[in-house]
Design a protein around this ligand. Sequence first.
Ligand code: MN
Ligand code: MN
Length: 461
Amino acid sequence: MSEEKEEKKTGWEACDDAERESIMKFADGYIDFINTAKTEREAAKEIKRIADEHGFRDISEADSLKPGDKVYYINHGKSVYMAVVGKAPVTDGFNAVGAHIDAPRLDLKQEPLYEDTGMAFLRTHYYGGIKKYQWTTVPLALHGVVSFSDGRTQEIRVGEEEGDPVFLVTDLLPHLAQKQNARKLADAVEGEKLNILVGSMPDADAESDRVKAAVLKILKDKYGMEEEDFTSAEIEAVPAAKARTLGLDGSMVAGYGQDDRICAYPGLMSIIDIEGVPERTVVGIFSDKEEIGSVGNTGMASHNFELFTMELLEKTGIVNPYAVQRTFSASRVLSADVTAAFDPGYPEVMEKQNAAFVGKGININKYTGARGKSGASDANAEFIGFVRGVFDKAGVEYQFSELGKVDAGGGGTIAYILADRGMNVLDCGVPILSMHSPYEAASKYDIYQGYKAYKAFLEAE
Ligand code: MN
Ligand code: MN
């Protein structure tokens, strides 16, 4: 069986020209999306823009809702819940696809700016699980907002446009790296060394720290901010490189933050493309803070998701104290998050019979977690059987895996949080290579299977 699975043909083999064209076209839209939406705030904004274009409106603007109505809830600008109201009462349960729109990166500290030996730097605290050495010597862009004490908020996005400057964390030259090279990989670049170089030209009028003063002058001119305004800013350093087609054959995508926009985009398109009035209410979840445990008021654990559900219920005329829990208990969710693709350079961390392969379709994980499934929600067999049935009927190419060998490590998604609420949840996402690196890779074939899978699941009766 293991050899059989490994030798299972890649999905491309069975593709006709028409499907190949659909795959490539879908990937073009995906590449545009991740280049526009590099941070959770930008993704939430872009999702809202696309939803507005397709007849969705803010749920707070609706007094009542009827089957076919399309709504969204923007949670503090960083996560989005969407719904298309179905024919059946909401308490019959919804079909949902839930992805996350945050990604690993370097966040600026609250007091980040300093000068040293004629250069100005920004101190950072990394966000999410990164291999720190990967974040040196790659061009970075700064994205985020600065909020002022008078209530104004200013957006910042620099390093993306042609002609914009980029930013950099420097690294030691190999000639002098004897000691660094001997260290463990995890300790080779310490967190406190992830400081971003942002300037080296002094302000002639300043009395001291003249390079820092020059940087502050630019920030004042461009964004109207003073040094103390960093304390109420959220500025994220992300790779400046654009996502692009990967490979001579154009079969893959390389880009930053594909975990998990590679599932968020197919999830979004599958709800956007719902035709007519679905049988059951359809929900799209685009959450924040997954990479740090789904915490906070924009993470999946936030009770604002209950509020959204309560509004769906109330505005469709269902008001009773059990309605929310009844809805959750009857709901079905695909936790749309990536899994590790088998990398032939590192076969030792995978057990091939239960690994996901590039180009062999969307992947299902019954459970995630670590050390004996700890932290996993572990989907029910009956629900997996149901999902298989839906995918088979829709001609979706899919595979099953777990994230690496038993005890090789582990990971988690938003699945357990939704399962805690009583929903039937299954992890189902696109396999990717170099996860959490500044430039991740995945197959265009698998992205398109994600779209087909999510759409079929949302429309299932
Ligand atoms: Mn993820
Ligand atoms: Mn992740």
